[in-house]
Design a protein around this ligand. Sequence first.
Ligand code: AMP
Length: 528
Amino acid sequence: MMIYDWSREKVEKYGTRIAISLGDEHINYVNLELESNRLAGQLIQTGFKPGSRVGLFMEKTPKTLIAMLGISKAGGVYVPLDFKSPAERVAKIIRSSDPALLFVDNHSIHHFQDSLHIDSELGHIPWVWWSKNELKYADDNPPVFNYDDIKSQLNIPHEVVRDENAAAQILFTSGSTGEPKGVVITHKNIKTFVNWAVHFFKMRAGERISCHSPLHFDLSTFDIYGAFASGSRLFLVPPEISLNPKQLSHFILDNNLNQWFSVPSALSYLAMFKAIPPGGFPSLKRMIWCGEVFPLPALQYWMKNLPDVQFTNMYGPTEATIASSYYTVPEVPEDFAEIPIGTACEGEKLLVLDENLDPVKKGEVGDLFISGEGLSPGYWNDQEKTDAAFIHHKNGKGSSEIIYKTGDLASLKKDGFIYFHGRSDYQIKSRGYRIELGEIEAALGQNEFLREYAVVPVLKNGFEGTAIGCAYVGTGVMNGDLAPDLKKKLTGKIPGYMIPHYWQEYEQLPRNGNGKIDRRKLADAFES
Ligand code: AMP
């Protein structure tokens, strides 16, 4: 099955039900099918080739979801872009994905024009104006077609590619060398997780499902296709309220949401401001988080206040599609309790191995690997990185399987659950974003005022997750506090969520026994 089949199958039975809502903009299943069919027809008519990438330079709106389905039906691979991140970084991702087309909307047009200034090459990529609004564009660079042009297309259920192993989307994540990595996700990858999750969470037609994460984050992949697979109604959370505790609380309450899925930071903000209303959220059945550790005080607050809600921790990297393991927390955890990442979802396997790739003993900490149907075929156009992370492994039964090295440390305890013990490298999660500290260092590296620097994770207790600290040594060219200037320079290179929160100048960075910068010591200094 292909990812566009779920919503297509709903037309007959639930056609008039609303599929997607954003504020007062709604689309039902009939029109979702009709408009995405027409878009596929338009793409085919313009000579679109199956397997081509399409950059979604757009906001999270119902029209963008129509575009995802239409592109899939035409056999294409969509690449959601974080158009609000610095133009230089977006341009890098666009160049790397080599798209046949870019979709641009009324929310992103100014950012798109900025990107063209940064990299005029992007101006050669054909683009589509995916908005009903009128647009004035340069005469020498008109869009290939407009949103309204698809009206002339017939309602044909296009399905140019029917191969589950074909790529459906490419999601770009932070890369340690400063180059974001594109994770290729197939139709089968998505199908495996979504079918399991819809069954496990008992999602039912007519339910009301949140979509909090941005589209370049794979949590939204579950929200979207989970909703379509179950015939539910998806409520897109506008990005401007996504970290506002009061407005989020209203959003859950006023829309009578049955399911919420997000990174823990959004939920921690609500906990920090005690934003659960006195009557709770009466419609809420499930609260699911993924992407980082949910700080215990915040989880306790949620569970104490919503005793009838199911609370589930999901774990997994983008490379293994949305999530690979789950654990439903049975009761309000005690202080200092450890919440496991649980057991593997159906179709997946989690392995805790030593440096020889042999299983470690029960209770011991080892490297966490994942195998199974959720595994991406690899990084877009990067065989070297793919080979380093996706390893051929003899599984003891004489046959070989591919296992993905997550970079996480874990243990399998006697209770049969897997526990997360942090990272073995320099990747962190801050406010839900996956960040390679190396990407920040690479951006700092382009600075003539710095002799040395190190970017380290800073763990603050309580509701906050991991913050970022930058320790640096100046060259002496500039006097005074360099931090404001450094921050300003980074702003144009990396997204806001990657800019270090804490800055400290040193005369010399501390070193450990083998001469390496002592990052532990730097982190401790920030934490104290
Ligand atoms: P991403 O590719 O953005 O989903 O990031 C994947 C990484 O996030 C994992 O390798 C873990 O380090 C971390 N992660 C994901 N889910 C959890 C969780 N439930 N608890 C702790 N860390 C998590």
